[in-house]
Design a protein around this ligand. Structure first.
Ligand code: FES
Ligand code: FES
Length: 172
């Protein structure tokens, strides 16, 4: 039996007809054509398939598409803004935090949520935050550097730019 579902993916409502056992990862990749979400282990270990469900990282290979009918999903394709790559994406690029790139979409989603919840994580918080994502290539050092760099870029974005007049109540 198939079910008609609607997912709000990267801000747009997307409909799909799926069997009850369709994984969210397969639904995104095969039904909706969003192949940026990668599938590695398919049993919840590697984190490659991580997407944001209502803003929280989930393993899409452990999630049935029918159970998220009507919910908001952000995939790696939705991280960039109108001005280009997101700060997290820019930091990964700048810090050479990827080699083959297979794990990268999952890391980008995980780190985006991590820095939203903890804008200036300490080293152990970064390590803990990315501990659910596996990378076979990089040895992690540059990924950790990229998380700190992304935190800096996000802080710069939040800071009022030089020359901008202070808002009411702000010290000049
Ligand atoms: S593919 Fe989902 S955790 Fe590995
Ligand atoms: S860059 Fe190859 S698995 Fe992470």
């Amino acid at each position: 039996m198939e079910h008609e579902i609607t997912l709000v993916v990267n801000g747009a409502a997307r409909r799909a007809r799926v069997p009850g056992r369709r994984l969210l990862s397969d639904c995104l990749r095969h039904d909706l054509g969003l192949t940026g979400t990668h599938v590695g282990c398919e049993h919840g270990v590697c984190g490659c398939c991580t997407v944001l469900l209502d803003g929280e990282p989930v393993r899409s290979c452990l999630t049935l598409a029918v159970t998220v009918d009507g919910r908001e999903i952000t995939t790696v394709e939705g991280l960039a803004g109108p001005d280009g790559l997101s700060p997290v994406q820019r930091a990964f690029e700048e810090c050479h935090a990827l080699q083959c790139g297979f794990c990268t979409p999952g890391f980008l989603c995980t780190v985006t949520a991590l820095l939203r919840d903890n804008p200036a994580p300490a080293e152990d918080e970064v390590l803990d935050g990315i501990s659910g994502n596996l990378c076979r290539c990089t040895g992690y050092q540059n990924i950790v550097k990229a998380v700190h760099r992304a935190a800096d870029l996000l802080a710069e974005e939040r800071a009022p730019s030089a020359g901008e007049p202070p808002r009411d109540g702000e010290a000049s």
